[in-house]
Ligand binder design. Sequence first.
Ligand SMILES: Nc1nc2c(ncn2[C@@H]2O[C@H](COP(=O)(O)OP(=O)(O)OP(=O)(O)O)[C@@H](O)[C@H]2O)c(=O)[nH]1
Length: 304
Amino acid sequence: MNFAGTQKVLVADDDIVNRQVLSDLLKPEHTVLLAKNGEQALERAARHLPDLILLDVVMPDMDGYEVLRRLRADAQTAHITVIFISGLGRPEDEANGLKMGAADYISKPFNETVVMARVAMHLQMVRQRRMLEHLAHVDGLTELANRRRFDEVYEAEWQRSRRSGRPLSLALLDIDAFKQYNDHYGHPAGDRALRAVARTAASGLRRPADLAARYGGEEIVLLLPDTEAAQAQQVVSCICAAIVDLQIPHEASGVAPVLTVSAGGATLNSAAPETCSELFSAADTLLYQAKKSGRNRVEWRLAV
Ligand SMILES: Nc1nc2c(ncn2[C@@H]2O[C@H](COP(=O)(O)OP(=O)(O)OP(=O)(O)O)[C@@H](O)[C@H]2O)c(=O)[nH]1
């Protein structure tokens, strides 16, 4: 993941001169978006998810305080860093802005060098926060989501499925005879194979809400929200076939001359509701069955 790209700054100010001055200052280093009122600021923030918003406090119709309140109320924009930039220069105005959740407060008339320095510092903090979030959610070896991330997303998707009555499919995928692979080719080769399997699993998922995560060891979990059993089974079967197509030699496998995987999957349906862990156990049991009945296959529970 690249954290070094250009960052986006939204400037929201009703005064055209201020917008222009700030835009000219920031443009050489950042992508600048402009809004001339509160409504526009909210719309652009939701659409472009900027890294930072320079938000004027005193604007007609909707002031900066209200814009900040609405940004915080929407999960999508709640974490965007906001700096108030305001003609209200009393200490209590500044304290109030910070109390509301702004990261900083700059009084007008502003000094251009100070604005640039503060923007740079906050953007650096945004970058660092993103890196930490990435490290907390991504498995270092495979670059898939890690177990912690999976647990969060699974719980949220399970809740969503229960509320909406839409199906939720879950599959566990496990490399066959991976111990023998490591023993035969060595652990570094095992790591490379695991990365290749992970990449293939991730690229076999097409929808933005689908998730592939490393559940542990050589086990990958696939989450397919809003996907019926037959459709999910097909996606997972395609992934397993694509892994065989990698043609990674596995001379020590009793299953095939190349690396294979087994998978077990199940779908939550509203007719027979299950808990998160029941659905997971169902997929796990089917993975066990796939292993027992010869490996290199997908077992799916078509009906509860
Ligand atoms: N190279 C490598 N190996 C790993 C990693 N995580 C787990 N493994 C290995 O995966 C192997 C899993 O072994 P088992 O649970 O016996 O399963 P298996 O040999 O694949 O046999 P079946 O699953 O029954 O087909 C162990 O030897 C682990 O050391 C990893 O990150 N890198």
